[in-house]
Design a protein around this ligand. Structure first.
Ligand SMILES: Cc1ncc(C[n+]2csc(CCOP(=O)(O)OP(=O)(O)O)c2C)c(N)n1
Length: 629
């Protein structure tokens, strides 16, 4: 092959200088490089392989970064990162100081809009396109969104608005691979994928014309209508045209020469005032790398793997993941209670609800990337006597806040929220941190809010939440449990009751969720120094155990709270409010994540940096008591 084209590409300017006939070779090189680099460092493989040609073509035709390219989620953008000077960064993708797995404005001028959550790209691109108009600038905005992202209601809110504005400098590129992380869901997805071959459509139209021509004159009106409905049936574009978009497609999204020509045409159409335009490209997730193309689901987000065989490094045996304990417990509970149904918003695998689906297919709902709908759908089910459990990551539930407030809590409906990935999430970074859920939930009426100290307690809490007749939320972290033994029987926990795990008279450590075990270790360390610290497993952030917290605080000289959550408005704040109410005057320190954006990195190191580990907790107690280590 000789010298690699990719080595001469520092920015999209270089791509634009490349003779067009070399574009296929560039795509091949990028694809090989993505496979090679992701095989070492992990990342979003299949989605990124599916978008290589689209990204090369968009950067070739449009004047990025002057023209704005907005990627939805950002997980399909590795070719984009490679074309914009970040190839070397892949060695530390998702690691501290390295490039992100998603998009951040701070990372590159070619990332004009940060992302990580799905469904935002069209709204953001429309805002930009509008801003150019306000500034009197001749610039364009292009949103690249997957068919999964398109299941987010917000994407349609944006299309509706863009169509209303007749936004002439906006292009939406729909990267349609019929997959979300798992196969995409929904009527829209099947509508879009109703792909008929062009000759077939022509033939059908020919037959229709013949038939229409044979009709008597007074039936012409009816006939025109019939032709219209035929078009509706055969073109996925009608939906978008009804929203005032010009529809281009469906086009083959891996033929870069076709894409280059299409985008040149699109550019000319924009110049002609024909926007907004929707380009519908058909792609294959994992394209060009056998194992990923055969099983794009397995290769959506990967750790290190062997390029030749596609085999992943065997995972070390260890304690079960929290998400599996959640799903397996839910299956147990659902066997006993037919009213239990499970809901996910496109994260059947991430929440392990795929296990539930296998056992109870008719009691499982994947609603697509539609967290708002998931919550109100759950509320509807609950209002008619079902017991829905909505498993939504802490970070994604943010999206459905008003639905939690207005549709669940205000109406006191029996919905259980299983909030996975609550706390520090590691490589996924700032957009995915489960850092705010205590704060955004603990103010809500009727809601019970809890967090287990380990995977064994998760079982009990899930049962507690499901049996509680009103709204209840359980937060639990990403990854594996602690390896504690499981109680054979799953039991409910008395609502609002904390658990005293260790008594002590000098200091009280009130720990919530994942921080309980480090607090116990800290207390053991302090005991060796002659400091007696009580450790209270709070279990509930709402309602708080007023009696126990108040009583223990009264007889200790210092109180430390600890949680894996933002400090402001979190669990420690709740304890401070209580102690204030009780007129407590002793020293209190709340250990929590400070008011900073927590980027990707190693969660253990981050806990350490924030003083939330054993060492940090012990240090805080010593400092409050004025004792040197
Ligand atoms: C609001 C929100 N919910 C869930 C996710 C998790 N998620 C990341 S990528 C993805 C699938 C996206 O599918 P699509 O847009 O079609 O892209 P593809 O991976 O198929 O290329 C999902 C559900 C997310 N990023 N944001």
């Amino acid at each position: 092959m000789g010298e690699r084209l990719l080595d001469g590409i520092q920015s999209p300017e270089d791509v634009r200088r490349l003779p067009r006939e070399q574009a296929p070779r560039l795509c091949e090189e990028i694809r090989a490089e993505i496979v090679e680099r992701v095989s070492r460092s992990g990342g979003h493989l299949a989605s990124s392989l599916g978008a290589v040609e689209l990204l090369v073509a968009i950067h070739s035709v449009f004047d990025t970064p002057r023209d704005r390219l907005v990627l939805d989620v950002g997980h399909q953008g590795y070719a984009h990162k490679m074309l914009t000077g970040r190839r070397e960064g892949f060695d530390r993708i998702g690691k501290e100081g390295g490039i992100g797995k998603f998009l951040r404005r701070s990372e590159s001028p070619y990332d004009p809009f940060g992302a990580g959550h799905a469904g935002t790209s069209i709204s953001a691109a429309l805002g930009m396109a509008r801003a150019f108009q306000h500034h009197g600038e001749d610039r364009r905005a292009i949103a690249l969104i997957g068919d999964g992202g398109m299941t987010a209601g917000m994407a349609f809110e944006a299309l509706n608005h863009a169509g209303h504005l007749k936004q002439s400098n906006l292009v939406v590129v729909l990267n349609d691979n019929e997959m979300s992380i798992s196969p995409n869901v929904g009527a829209l997805s099947s509508y879009l994928s109703r792909k008929l071959s062009a000759p077939m459509v022509r033939r059908m139209k020919g037959w229709a014309k013949e038939f229409l021509g044979s009709l008597p004159g007074d039936m012409i009106h009816w006939a025109q209508k019939a032709e219209e409905s035929l078009k509706v049936f055969f073109s996925p574009g009608l939906l978008f045209e009804a929203l005032n978009f010009k529809y281009v497609g469906p086009i083959q999204g891996h033929r870069v020469e076709v894409l280059l020509e299409t985008f040149e045409n699109v550019k000319a159409m924009l110049a002609n005032g024909d926007g907004p335009i929707l380009v519908h490209a058909i792609t294959a997730k994992g394209y060009g790398y056998g194992p990923a193309q055969q099983d794009p689901f397995k290769y959506h987000g990967v750790g290190a793997f062997d390029v030749d065989s596609g085999a992943f490094r065997p995972s070390k045996p260890g304690p079960p993941k929290y998400q599996n304990v959640f799903a397996d417990t839910l299956i147990r509970l659902a066997r006993e209670d037919e009213r239990i149904v499970a809901i996910t918003a496109a994260m059947a695998d991430g929440t392990s609800l795929d296990r539930f689906q296998r056992v109870f297919p008719s009691r499982f709902y994947d609603v697509g990337i539609a967290e708002q709908h998931a919550v109100t759908f759950a509320a509807g089910l609950a209002s008619e006597g079902m017991k829905p459990v909505a498993a939504i990551y802490s970070t994604f539930l943010q999206r459905a806040y008003d639905q939690v407030v207005h549709d669940v809590c205000v109406q006191n409906l029996d919905v259980t929220f299983a909030m996975d990935r609550a706390g520090l999430v590691g490589a996924d970074g700032a957009t995915h941190q489960g850092m705010y859920d205590i704060a955004y939930l603990r103010t809500l009426p009727n809601l019970v809010l809890m967090a287990p100290k380990d995977e064994n307690e998760l079982q009990h809490m899930l049962k507690t939440a499901v049996e509680y007749p009103g709204p209840a939320a359980v937060r639990y972290p990403r990854g594996a449990g602690l390896g504690v033994p499981f109680d054979p029987e799953v039991k409910t926990v008395p609502i609002g009751e904390a658990e005293l795990l260790r008594d002590g008279g000098d200091a009280l450590i009130v720990a919530y969720g994942t921080r309980v075990h480090p607090a116990l270790e800290a207390a053991a360390e302090l005991a060796a120094e002659g400091i007696s610290a009580a450790v209270l497993n709070a279990r509930f952030a709402k309602p708080l155990d007023r009696e126990r917290i108040g009583g223990l605080a009264r007889r200790c000289r210092a109180v430390v709270t600890v949680e894996e959550h933002a400090g402001m408005g979190g669990f420690g704040s709740a304890v401070l409010e209580l102690l204030g109410e009780l007129g407590h005057t002793g020293p209190v320190r709340c250990l929590a994540v400070p008011d900073v954006l927590v980027e990707h990195g190693d969660p253990d190191q981050q806990q350490h940096g924030f003083g939330l580990d054993t060492e940090g907790i012990a240090r805080a107690v010593r400092e409050l008591l004025g004792k040197a280590p």
